[in-house]
Design a protein around this ligand. Structure first.
Ligand SMILES: [Zn+2]
Length: 86
């Protein structure tokens, strides 16, 4: 299953999932830089990758941490998020 951390509309509007705020700072940066680069590079080609590296360094290591990030969020944060009574 893939999560949608952010989206970019054709009108040039970026939207971010507020769960990004629960992520470690460097992973939030990864998602944001990823999307911002799509304004100038619409794909994940060679240019996009080299820009990612210029901004984030070892971005592939960050990317590999994202799919499992749900398990990394402390349970108390998850239950706070899922409560709609507050
Ligand atoms: Zn992308």
């Amino acid at each position: 299953m893939s999560r949608k951390w952010a989206s970019c509309s054709t009108a040039g509007t970026l939207s971010f999932n507020d769960e990004l705020l629960d992520l470690p700072r460097e992973l939030g940066d990864y998602v944001i830089v990823h999307e911002l680069l799509h304004f100038s590079v619409p794909n994940h080609g060679k240019l996009w990758k080299s820009l990612m590296r210029a901004h984030l360094g070892d971005w592939e290591a960050l990317a590999s941490r994202l799919p499992g990030i749900r398990q990394a969020v402390p349970p108390r944060l998850r239950s706070a998020r899922s409560s709609s009574t507050g």
